[in-house]
Design a protein around this ligand. Sequence first.
Ligand code: NAD
Length: 467
Amino acid sequence: MATHQPMHAPSTTSACFAVLDPATSEAFDEAPDQQPDELDAAVGRAHEAWRSWRADPAARTTALLAAANAVDAAGADLAPLLTREQGKPLAESYAEIARVAARLRYFAELDPQPQLITDGRPVCSEVRWRPLGPVAAIVPWNFPLQLASAKFAPALAAGNTMVLKPSPFTPLATRLLGSVISAALPENVLTIVTGHEPLGARLASHPGVRHVTFTGSIPTGRAVAQGAAASLARVTLELGGNDAAILLDDVDVEKIAEHLFWAAFRNCGQVCMAVKRVYAPARLYSHVVEALAQRAKTAVVGAGLDPATQLGPVNNAPQLARVERYTARAVAEGAQAVAGGHRLDRPGYFFAPTVLADVPAHSPVVTEEQFGPVLPVLPYGSLDEAVEAANDTGFGLGGSVWGTDLDRAEEVADRLECGTAWINHHAELSLAQPFTGSKESGVGVAGGPWGLFGNLRPFVVHRPQEA
Ligand code: NAD
């Protein structure tokens, strides 16, 4: 087993880059800026480690269950570090870490069975499942640990090894998590590499990897797919979303407002499957806007380490600038900021929780992914008009329908063009279900057994039947 090192200590070989606390915008630590030769060495070691890791499924299960226990035990070290670099409230960091451990346990115990093909021929064909080899994983800064685990838990359980690169905005908790998990696994089964571009591009196009699994924005996903094409590695892409919530005319606004608000603003709106646009029937429009605005005005915004905080800062300066730009443009185009609409006058990357009314449907805050604490609310006349507006986008991650008549709500949900549609809910995900985006929001399937099979290839043994 590998030795457990405090991985947030800088490497002795690489130069380092500063990591900022978004609640102050000041540097508080650093991470290694790893170079191409270090990446090549990490992929080479992952290949070596694969030989024995792939061979013994029972030993893998034991090691991954031990890793899950180690993650639980390290929660008090991981959670404050995650909050410090990401910005989210501490309780949400603990929840994220619990999800990592749960995901390791879930995948450790999945056992892909061989399958006999019976189609009437006098032969015996058996499909067996084989791992792919070293997997490259690249993840963003909004849920660094949870998204890393969505990569390594199924990939390692399937018998692959992994080299994983977190976002340079959030490298530290991932390095520590990697160290905690690696202490329970054979050496080099999981390696974390950190650094600035072109490190990710080089990892995605590395000839030594057989699967590239990426979570991030659509433009970067496109570049990753192009990079992976060089070695024809398998590609899984979990990309951006612009989820619509459609409120039906029988919705109980007061009953759902709190839930709907947090479906949009949790993690400061930095959730791929956040509600990013609300469509409300014209008759209820002002009531919906008011109910959401009232919550935006009273949500407690602050540093994630403050136990009173409900909404932390935006994670980084470019993202804050994007949120500010989309909001200013919407207001210039005639929208009203019924709550918020501006940065907070304090250090750090804080933006007031913002509800926008009367937003033109073509404004980028409606048509693109704002990925921040800003929610446009749009009125609709007919239900067909609302469904058409919800679907009129290249995004296709999630969507939701809110109302009292659940059968009717389900009929509307069934018309949404996305990977997951909820009723009176949003972004509730089970580890056991498939997670996938339609249209430009994704390629391939993560989650549940589908996520495991995404890291395996079928291998067929064909023999004549006994006479
Ligand atoms: P991003 O695409 O800018 O970066 C994602 C990762 O890719 C980072 O680690 C980054 O360093 C790396 N990267 C940047 N350029 C690269 C390149 N040319 N080649 C390889 N890697 C490169 O995204 P972000 O701003 O970090 O995250 C926000 C985006 O992630 C949003 O669009 C959000 O919707 C999406 N996201 C999707 C899901 C999902 O499951 N569908 C989950 C979370 C976030």
